[in-house]
Design a protein around this ligand. Structure first.
Ligand SMILES: Nc1nc2c(ncn2[C@@H]2O[C@H](COP(=O)(O)OP(=O)(O)OP(=O)(O)O)[C@@H](O)[C@H]2O)c(=O)[nH]1
Ligand SMILES: [Mg+2]
Length: 285
């Protein structure tokens, strides 16, 4: 959305701790004279801290910066509450050299795309529905003993943003298609994303981009089976049609959410090393 506007660019912010493996994206508007203090305040709010210092990678470790125009696009910025930088840069910079996968979370409005994304990256559940325009996260985690960086794009389900769907799906390594088990309509709406997938990744290319079909809000039907509008079998059948792997989740309880991303990482790896493991099987959780 902001491409082409040189004064507005994205940076990735993270907390000043070695344990932090999550980067949150943030847009910086230099043109609007976004002041440094305002940047620290907004960034701190996103990370849940009171930020007062900011460090950026440099050739010999990390330097503290004090002015907004010292920031550069796509840089991994570390925010602290005043304490010195935790050590020599290993995580934020190292992440860039690691195996990276670009993943889009797609589906109708209100199905729980953001809830699943936040459960995965920060392990918490947001009860309020705050419709998304576009959010991005970066999380480093280990799958089968090997570190991997997932760059997650959480997209808008509202129809007003339909024109952005192509852009969200292009150049990705995998998709998470989400519907809600209490809404038949939300499963139907995924056809449009599948059609776009077919046109963007045509022919053989299509098999290179795995899809995980997520049936979210499972907890609702566990409590009251009458709320289920999409039977498990129907979800599985749809997954077969999409050539996808079907997983039922609950962002509310956290059930199977991590499995979604672990499974996707494994599928991407299979496709990147086709000689070792060919094809993908449909597995149901
Ligand atoms: N019970 C239950 N509620 C959920 C679950 N996941 C999401 N919700 C709720 O559903 C509502 C919508 O969730 P969001 O994650 O904001 O939905 P979204 O798909 O990101 O919606 P858009 O950003 O508008 O496209 C919120 O009130 C969530 O709390 C779940 O697994 N169980
Ligand atoms: Mg959302």
């Amino acid at each position: 959305m902001l491409a082409g506007d040189a004064d507005v660019f994205r940076v990735y912010i993270r907390r000043n701790t070695e344990a932090s493996a999550v980067d949150v994206n943030m847009f910086v508007d230099v043109n609007n004279k976004m002041r440094f203090k305002k940047f620290l305040k907004a960034g701190g709010k996103k990370l849940g801290i009171k930020a007062s210092k900011c460090y950026v990678p440099s050739a010999n470790g990390h330097n503290e910066i004090r002015f907004i125009d010292e920031l550069r696009a796509d840089v991994a910025v570390v925010l602290s509450e005043g304490e010195p930088f935790f050590g020599d840069m290993t995580t934020a910079l190292g992440a860039r050299e690691q195996e990276t996968m670009l993943v889009s979370v797609l589906g109708a409005g209100g199905v729980g795309k953001s809830a699943c994304a936040l459960r995965f990256v920060r392990d918490f559940f947001v009860r309020d529905w705050d419709p998304t325009i576009e959010d991005a996260y970066r999380k480093t985690f280990a799958v089968d003993g090997k570190q991997c960086v997932i760059e997650l794009l959480d997209t808008a389900g509202q129809d007003d943003f339909q024109s952005l769907r192509h852009q969200w799906m292009e150049g990705k390594d995998g998709y998470v298609f989400v519907y809600s088990v209490d809404s038949k309509e939300s499963l139907k709406e995924l056809d449009q994303f599948y059609d776009l997938h077919k046109s963007i990744n045509s022919g053989l290319e299509r098999n290179k981009v795995p899809i995980i079909l997520v049936a979210n809000k499972k907890d609702l039907t566990d409590l009251d089976p009458k709320k289920r509008q999409v039977p498990l079998l129907e979800g599985k059948r749809q997954a077969e049609k999409f050539g996808a792997i079907h997983i039922e989740t609950s962002a509310a309880s956290g059930e199977h959410v991590t499995e979604v991303f672990e499974t996707l990482v494994r599928e991407v790896r299979k496709r990147r090393a086709p000689s070792k493991e060919k094809g993908s099987k449909c597995c149901i959780l």
